[in-house]
Design a protein around this ligand. Structure first.
Ligand SMILES: [Zn+2]
Length: 297
């Protein structure tokens, strides 16, 4: 073999080796790509079980908390121990409890865990502070109390379990909580529109100007959210709130879950009765209670 042909053979061999090396590299690359795709598919399939964020939020509406063992008929009352059982359940099951500001963020598109709820109390009875607050604090939860402005005295009355008349949370507690535990939040249930005249509801009685006047009387408390008395509202009421810096307002009936398509001045809440039992409560907070899914959204 001539020197030249030997050189050519070497070049061919060398080229062959290089090609082989390139094929090996390509093969490794192909295997790695396949593995990456497989890993991605596995994680995507697993994603079905992952938290996809809250689509419906149960906003729980409570009224009056009474000491354990109290006998009562009204579905607006709930015993302290029943309330604790519900809060413990939310805590142990990993539910996130939202403040109204967080609910606003959710409406704006921020994601919150699938297991998200909001806890609210109407009327501002002093039992909400003396009985419910220690439980809320114990389980590190957020809750919002809608107070009637003209019931807010300077000082909250001392707890009296035998009291026959209603007592309400005072300005001292509102101020103290804003420092001590801001996630126990106080907001408006109007100043003095929580009343009916000749059996007519506030939204049907008051004019826009009267509504604005009422809103201004609560200004000193810095409220920016409101729960309508009996849930009654109309466009005039909604406009009066929006024009005066209120960010959202809460409804009462129908008892549907909150969804992102809601009118923010008519956010739905679900009444929690002290007599409903844990089975029903668990169903409601699961977000899957058919009775509470708005059929129109
Ligand atoms: Zn009320």
């Amino acid at each position: 073999m001539s020197e030249e042909s030997l050189q050519n053979k070497r070049t061919i061999c060398f080229t062959g080796l290089k090609r082989k090396e390139r094929y090996t590299k390509l093969l490794i690359l192909a295997v790695l790509t396949a593995l990456t795709v497989m890993m991605c598919l596995t994680s995507c399939a697993g994603g079905a079980e992952e938290d996809t964020g809250a689509e419906r939020i149960p906003i729980l509406a409570y009224h009056k908390i009474v000491p354990a063992g109290t006998e009562f008929e009204s579905s607006l009352l709930i015993a302290e121990d029943t309330f604790e059982e519900q809060m413990k359940y939310l805590h142990d099951e990993g539910y996130t409890t939202l403040t109204p500001d967080e609910l606003c963020e959710w409406y704006d598109g921020k994601e919150f865990p699938e297991k998200s709820v909001m806890i609210t109390f109407d009327d501002g009875y002093y039992g909400t502070y003396y009985l419910a607050y220690p439980i809320i604090k114990k389980y590190d939860q957020a809750a919002t109390v809608f107070c009637i402005g003209h019931h807010i005295d300077e000082k909250t009355a001392e707890w009296d379990s035998n009291a026959s008349e209603d007592h309400y949370i005072g300005a001292d507690v509102i101020e103290k909580m804003r420092e001590e535990y801001p996630r126990f939040r106080f907001e408006s249930h109007t100043f003095d529109m929580h009343r009916k005249i000749d059996n007519e509801h506030p939204a049907d009685i008051f004019t826009y100007d009267q509504m604005v006047e009422d809103i201004k009387k609560n200004e000193e408390y810095g409220f920016t959210y409101l729960a309508y008395p009996w849930g009654d509202h109309n466009e005039t009421f909604e406009k009066a709130l929006a024009d005066n810096g209120y960010k959202m307002a809460f409804n009462y009936r129908p008892y549907y879950y909150a969804t992102r398509s809601d009118n923010r001045y008519a956010v739905n809440r679900i009444k929690i009765s002290g007599k409903m039992g844990m089975k029903k409560f668990k169903k409601i907070v699961s977000g899957k209670s058919k009775d509470h899914i708005n059929p129109d959204v």
